[in-house]
Ligand binder design. Sequence first.
Ligand code: ADP
Ligand code: ZN
Length: 618
Amino acid sequence: MQKQNPKKDKSYLFLGIFAVLFAVFIARVIFMDTGMPMLRPRGDATAQQTAAKAIEMNFSELLTASNAKQISKISLRDNIATGELNDGAKFRAVVAYDPALLSKLADAGASVTLDNSKGWMDAIATWFPILFTVLIIIWIFRSVRGGGMGGMGRLTQQMNPTKIIAGLKKKTTFADVAGIKTAKQEVSEVVDFLKHPDKFKKIGARIPRGILLSGEPGTGKTLLARAIAGEANVPFFATSGSDFSGIIVGLGVAKIKEIFEMAKRNSPCILFIDEIDAIGMSRGRSTFNDNDREQTLNQLLIEMDGFAGDSGVIVIGATNRPDMLDGALLRPGRFDRQVYIELPDMAGRREILDLYVKKFKMGSGVDLQQVARGTTGFSGADLENLLNESALLAARENRKAIESKDIDEARDKILMGPKKDRKISAKDLKLTAYHEAGHAFVSVHYRNVTDPIHKATIIPRGRALGMVQRLPVDDKVSVSLSEIRADLSISMAGRVAEEMFFGRDNITTGAEADIANATYMARRSITMAGLSSKIGPVAVNQVDTFGHRHALENASEKTAESVDLEVRAWLDAAYKDANAIVSRGRKTVQKLAEELLKRETLSREEIEEIILGKKAKK
Ligand code: ADP
Ligand code: ZN
């Protein structure tokens, strides 16, 4: 989104002054030889050039004249003396600076003037290089930090102005946010609180202090935060986590203090911190400037803890890496409310497109439902970009409205562009649908053995192209061997389906996480839980959370080898099992995949209806 920088106007003034100074400086250099005394070496060279007008005296001549009381006026400037003799003749002399000389001259009846002033040109000539250097340094700092030329505020402000977006612009409201209904509902309570704080306080409800919005870039986190402020009619202050880490050590802490001060002065208000992971990354994750960042994070925690319950400041953080955040940030009283903004599903995309139809002129032939269907994985920002690109294409051909072909062309352009890893081509989408259908089908097969399926989707999240979610029936304390076998088969089913429907040559790396998980599960069961009859009830190994085997400390080479073989055997068995199940249900898996392609997300009920028929519904 566009962030306003209120200091922008001042920077023109700043540049203007700079330009004038520069022009003067240039003029000075050019006209240096026309007799202005300031820039050239004082002394003999000057003396000879002005000799035509004034008598040039040396020091002893001057003293003689003085002793003879011939001097009526004398003016001293630096080591040049100029003056008039009694007969009106002008003179000039180079003198040594000597206080005694002054009294001697005065005693001799001369009127003595000391001229310490320098011409303004002179001042500029002296100060310009210094000013110039300072400006260059500031400019370098600012460009390193990604800011523009700023005003003359405090150091912290000058380095990274907090963007204040207040009532001047058109207010953002919930009506401007489409397609993310759940997230909107989850934050609407906050609006209510900001509007009627007393209502909440009276019942003793704990007031939210921090909300963490997480989700892919462009899903509308900033937009939603602004809409909360707009709906509640309170000021909105926006800043970004990356503003806090910089070259200047300690700047982050100062800046945090400053913005919280400002927020408290303006409460009730929303303080929005974009990219909060830049400050709130869990300790030890970032590689540089760690100490400074940690201090900044601590300051943020202190400020949030320090809020009195009724401060009325609500801090909204945004991140697309919630998994990277330091746990301390998520404790009660801090960002204790988390709202995940999903990439919009088909209906959501349709809503967003409908919203933008008001902004872009659409030809009558454009079918927005069709566009929504063909843009799996697009965020709200991507959809806006898609329409914008389409409008550009239409404008290039001097047409008045966007046509379907513009949208197709723009879509291809975006899909093939640099961000294509996030957007999904039709081919990948199809493969993902079959992959997830495989997982889903085997999940339903084992519904009475292990956790039943919750939903299947081909909308990407993070690095995953799609997923099948299963939810446990109740809290589990232990897992049985048959559950583990079923889970392993379900894990393998994605790859199995890829191979069955697309051929061995077309299987993908998309199954990487499945295979890693399955391997970890099998190895752990065998080496730590004693679930393998071949290895027996022995804790052979300590496995770390990544499934790495550091050293087989408790095992002989021979045991290690049999563990490897046993893990392999379990995984092979799981693959064969999944393969048998999927090939028996080939038609149904295909049907599931087609439905997924059509609807993107299928609920448990929908999946069971496809696989088991109507009878499952009761
Ligand atoms: P984020 O902060 O999650 O990266 P932004 O809020 O900055 O995303 O979104 C960028 C722009 O994309 C918004 O200003 C808006 O124009 C558009 N946009 C994104 N999501 C939505 C949405 N759900 N509804 C309407 N417009 C959206
Ligand atoms: Zn998978």
